[in-house]
Design a protein around this ligand. Structure first.
Ligand code: NDP
Ligand code: 8X3
Length: 253
């Protein structure tokens, strides 16, 4: 009975990972802030797949809530966690650094960096006590390259990239795999969140080419999670075919 804990499972990559891992017989612990979406997803998956889904509703930015939610899991479940997908994250705003909004900066740093650390801190002891496990961190092309207006989001994803490397170093002696996945432009709710609900601006990000889809990232995560015991994929950069760099996109007329 192995379990995967996936943060940010109410939308986008996290939801697609939940559905794909469930179809491949993983039991799931799904987290996010939108409880209704978690409940709907749990009901759908449990109807379609013969696995167990546990939902935990919390904000990854609140360390007490992270500790209480994960601490509420029975030990027979926590001792069966073999995979953590640190996926919850967001960009808020895009523009010159001197015009940035400090609340947006804090949301990104608190969610993408501190939230990932808080969840990892709770889960790593379970993996260590089993002397096995896998952490997949969803970083970004923004963690490899910096682009105009990306400043703090790029900094937060460079931090995720660094933490993936650091986790791999610190956990190698415990037989824990760590994978960094760095996607380019993918059509999810990401741009709607980044542009604060402005659907026209969000939609325009994905016009004129075929962006990645959430399932492309789920398939990538499933591929890395299903390698043999002796194989770890350290780092994957995955882009739409039409995107060479964050700013070089081949769009049709
Ligand atoms: P979505 O907006 O579709 O999904 C984001 C998920 O993160 C939601 O489930 C949301 O759940 C969760 N989340 C956000 N903030 C918090 C929080 N404070 N506490 C708990 N959960 C939170 O975006 P994506 O699926 O695209 O993004 C997933 C990850 O992939 C992010 O880390 C993003 O930075 C990264 N990424 C995205 C790319 C893209 O182009 N789409 C490319 C590269 C990386 P809820 O709101 O219910 O809490
Ligand atoms: C999301 C991809 O290029 O908008 O991480 O930063 S990008």
């Amino acid at each position: 009975m192995k379990y995967a804990l996936i943060t940010g499972a109410t939308a986008g990559f996290g939801k697609a990972c939940a559905e794909l891992f469930a179809r491949n017989n993983w039991n799931l612990i799904l987290t996010g802030r939108r409880e209704e979406r978690l409940n709907t997803l749990k009901a759908k998956i449990e109807k379609e797949c013969n696995i167990e889904v546990i939902t935990l509703c919390f904000d990854v930015r609140n360390q007490n809530d992270v500790m209480n939610a994960i601490g509420s899991l029975p030990s027979k479940i926590t001792s069966s966690i073999e995979l953590l997908i640190n996926n919850a994250g967001l960009a808020v705003g895009k523009g010159p650094i001197d015009q940035g909004n400090t609340e947006d900066w804090e949301r990104m740093i608190d969610t993408n960096v501190k939230g990932l650390l808080y969840v990892s801190k709770e889960i790593i002891p379970f993996l260590k006590s089993n002397s096995k496990g896998h952490i997949i961190n969803i970083a970004s092309i923004a963690g490899k390259e910096v682009y105009p207006g990306g400043n703090v989001y790029c900094a937060s994803k460079h931090a995720v990239d660094a933490l993936s490397q650091a986790m791999r170093i610190d956990l190698v002696s415990h037989n824990i795999k760590v994978t960094n996945i760095a996607p380019g432009a993918a059509e999810t709710e990401f741009s709607l969140v980044r542009f604060k609900g402005n659907k026209n601006t969000a939609d325009s990000v994905y016009e004129g080419y075929s962006p990645l889809l959430a399932n492309d990232i789920a398939e990538t995560a499933y591929f890395v999670a299903s390698r043999p015991v002796h194989v770890n994929i350290n780092d994957i950069v995955i882009m739409p075919t039409a995107q060479a760099t964050p700013t070089i996109l081949h769009k049709s007329e």
